[in-house]
Ligand binder design. Structure first.
Ligand SMILES: CCCCCCCCCCCCCC(=O)SCCNC(=O)CCNC(=O)[C@H](O)C(C)(C)COP(=O)(O)OP(=O)(O)OC[C@H]1O[C@@H](n2cnc3c(N)ncnc32)[C@H](O)[C@@H]1OP(=O)(O)O
Length: 216
């Protein structure tokens, strides 16, 4: 029933195509092309089980210096896979008591971004498609699992799921992504000079940036 005085929202026919995709099929821009290759774990990648640590202290996803950041902790898995954990804090709410969808997308993005370290490639997110399957209450630990599916030139195709209630619990969020390999100049040419200068002055950061950049 339409209440008087309330503008009526007209809905156009909606394609149901995306609603019936299973977790393993991808929309066209996220489907690896026929010439794509399986990802190759770099010989110097962190060993399975090793914590990756933060790539940058001020990163909203993993940095320790961000009071309201996610403080996401990622751990290398077998092959080109990663697991990560993130505890939803009160600062991460959208609806009362529930995680904001953008924060959950950030957790997926950060986990997927960390995967590229296993290839020793610097890459940024080009496309990130997220399905929000279940609400995630404040206080919940989100258990993330991610893997690189294929690589085609500079394009890295990956996917991730986030579960609640335990590492084998029900899926709350999932994502498919396309990362694009970039040179370190992507950051040095575009980032705000103060932070770039500070990052470059930290010897450890430089080592990490080099490690990310070079795939000998
Ligand atoms: C100090 C240093 C520290 C370093 C630390 C690193 C840590 C990392 C931090 C991690 C934090 C977490 C992660 C984050 O949050 S990363 C932050 C969020 N992401 C960004 O800010 C990226 C912004 N975008 C760009 O800079 C450019 O658009 C990029 C670099 C991505 C591509 O521009 P570029 O000019 O270079 O390349 P191209 O345009 O020739 O495209 C190349 C190919 O890719 C395909 N394509 C592109 N986009 C899309 C799309 N949207 N859908 C589908 N396809 C797309 C394109 O068709 C082409 O395909 P093909 O024609 O070859 O087949």
């Amino acid at each position: 029933m339409v209440r008087p005085g309330r503008p009526r929202v007209r809905s156009a026919p909606v394609s149901t195509e995306n609603h019936h995709r299973d977790a393993h099929s991808a929309p066209p821009a996220l489907t690896p092309p026929p010439n794509a290759l399986p990802p190759v774990r770099h010989p110097d990648a962190p060993a399975p089980g090793e914590l990756l640590g933060s790539h940058y202290d001020d990163c909203f996803g993993c940095g320790g210096a961000q009071a309201h950041g996610l403080h996401l902790e990622a751990r290398a898995g077998d092959g080109v896979t990663i697991t990560a954990e993130f505890t939803v804090q009160a600062a991460h709410q959208g609806a009362p008591g529930l995680a904001h969808g953008g924060v959950l997308a950030t957790a997926l993005d950060e986990t997927l971004g960390s995967l590229n370290w296993l290839l020793r490639v610097i890459a940024v997110t080009g496309r990130l498609e997220t399905d929000f399957v279940r609400p995630v209450p404040v206080g919940t630990v989100l258990f993330l699992q991610a893997e690189i599916v294929a690589v085609a030139g500079r394009k890295i195709y990956s996917r991730a799921v986030g579960r609640i209630g335990g590492p084998e619990g029900p899926v709350a969020v999932r994502a498919q992504a396309l990362f694009i390999e970039v040179k370190v100049e992507h950051f040095t040419d575009n980032g705000r000079p103060e932070e770039i200068r500070a990052a470059m002055a930290d010897p450890d950061q430089i080592r990490r940036a080099r490690a990310f950049e070079v795939n000998p």
